[in-house]
Design a protein around this ligand. Structure first.
Ligand code: AHG
Ligand code: MN
Ligand code: MN
Length: 332
């Protein structure tokens, strides 16, 4: 008997997802497919490398960062209930409606994450977070559309790896879908993904060791010490330099991902962005049974103050995040 395949759309309908969210998620899948098509032939079409401009973060924009942003804006703009977009690549909030209503949606997104991987043909991704405009929206203060992560109604990412996979939560666990080139649909392939409580794998860019605070040094030193160290077990390390790929690995086989605040990025508040990197990944990880923290507080409780604000990110298997939180407490 052949296996019954469930498409992303069928899954959303079966899960009673609201019509406006279904419409928006369909457009996000179309943007992802378009981005994936650009990525596949990037080297032939001369769209690898730098665009010669900087984004709001002061980071060099790749040509594909801009192309991916344009695809997201193009597709999300067609959804009648979307009132505003916030993109890593654009400084201002992009308003689609003059008079947003509380039930309207706002999409925060990182159109292409891990873009330093592009030129070397390694995995990259797109990340998105969706909230309602909400009742507290005050027209005279556009920053009032920046909601705490806890108010997200949906979050997800597309990872462009050996396959193009979409991983989504709408608050009922986390499900993964793989793009099928033949049917041109995302098919449910990873039902109810979970992060195991314990892990023996961590991800961090150790070239910043000299800049780390004591709790991070202590945690990593203890992982490196392995079976003879205080943790008494062997740890493995993986770092993809694309948060999407690292988080995907954690959702598939567990682990811990760390991009802490350090002496180098202290002024900026960290490296990763709260609204379109830390919050959506935290929502996914928590929905899968893991935890996400700055070391001092739950990421999804951090009050946003600007669209591009940065934050320390420690996420993954719960027991390890608890150890990291404890080390931060002890160092205070
Ligand atoms: P982006 O490409 O959107 O700027 O984000 C890249 C992020 C994240 O994906 C990754 O974990 C991290 O930056 C890598 O940073 P390092 O190069 O400092 O390791
Ligand atoms: Mn990113
Ligand atoms: Mn990006």
């Amino acid at each position: 008997m052949s296996k019954q395949l469930v498409s992303f759309n069928e899954f959303l309908v079966a899960n009673k997802t609201s019509a406006s969210l279904v419409q928006l998620l369909e457009q996000i899948t179309l943007a992802s497919i378009a981005i994936s098509d650009h990525l596949k032939v990037g080297a032939i079409n001369d769209i690898l490398g730098s665009a010669g401009s900087d984004n709001i973060q002061g980071e060099v924009q790749k040509k594909l960062d801009i192309i991916a942003n344009d695809e997201f804006v193009k597709y999300c703009s067609t959804v009648p209930n979307v009132a505003a977009l916030v993109s890593e690549e654009v400084e201002e909030i992009y308003w689609l409606k003059d008079d947003p209503q509380s039930e309207d949606l706002i999409v925060y997104f990182d159109p292409l994450d891990g873009s330093s991987n592009l030129d070397v043909n390694l995995s990259v991704g797109s990340i998105f977070s969706i909230s309602k405009i909400g009742d507290d929206f005050d027209k005279s203060n556009e920053l009032s559309i920046l909601h705490v992560g806890n108010k997200q109604i949906c979050a997800g990412y597309t990872v462009y790896g050996p396959s193009t996979s979409l991983v989504v939560t709408t608050g009922n666990g986390v499900d993964g879908f793989t793009y099928d080139e033949k049917s041109k649909q995302f098919i449910l392939s990873h039902k109810q993904m979970t992060v195991p409580n314990e892990t023996g794998e961590y991800a961090i860019n150790t070239s910043y060791y000299q800049f780390w605070d004591t709790p991070i040094k202590r945690y990593v030193d203890e992982c490196v010490a392995g079976v003879n160290g205080p943790r008494g077990k062997k740890y493995n390390m993986r770092w993809t330099a694309s948060m999407v790929a690292d988080v995907h690995r954690i959702l598939v086989r567990g682990g811990v991902f760390m991009y802490p605040k350090d002496a180098n990025n202290q002024k900026a508040g960290g490296k990763l962005r709260l609204m379109y990197e830390a919050n959506p990944m935290s929502y996914l990880i928590e929905q899968a049974g893991g935890a996400a923290s700055t070391g001092y507080e739950r990421i999804m409780d951090v009050t946003p103050t600007s669209p591009h604000q940065r934050v320390a990110v420690l996420l993954g298997s719960k027991a390890e995040i608890e150890v990291l939180n404890q080390y931060h407490k002890e160092a205070e």
